[in-house]
Write a protein of this length. Structure first.
Length: 116
């Protein structure tokens, strides 16, 4: 699987959305809009050191990302959610440093796909 497919599996998603590219693009853009402040939200949730709150943060994003076939983002959320549920806050904090970059990659992929 290519890096591009790992970031956004367009074929899988279009199959899920019955080939309806406009609907898929609209949902992708809405997902990015809803998560525009992800860096600030991430900092707040990590500062709380509340395992349940941290797990729910990643779980929520994971669901949306998985439904849109944003595989790399969904996968990273799954890892961080599992670590939070296990109470491993220090590892979550260490691994979450790169978390906003997954949204950056997705935005680039969405921009490229929606322009095609």
């Amino acid at each position: 699987m290519s890096d591009e497919t790992m970031t956004l599996d367009v074929d899988e998603a279009l199959s899920r959305f019955g080939g309806n590219k406009p609907v898929f693009v609209r949902l992708l853009l809405r997902f990015l809009e809803l998560n525009a402040g992800v860096e600030q939200k991430l900092a707040e949730v990590l500062a709380s050191s509340d395992c349940d709150q941290i797990a729910m943060f990643f779980h929520s994003i994971k669901g949306g990302a998985a439904n849109l076939s944003a595989k790399r983002l969904a996968g990273q959320c799954a890892v961080l959610e599992k670590l939070a549920r296990a109470g491993d806050i220090e590892t979550v904090k260490a691994q979450a440093r790169d978390f906003p970059s997954f949204f950056g990659e997705l935005k680039i992929a969405v921009d490229s796909f929606s322009a095609s």
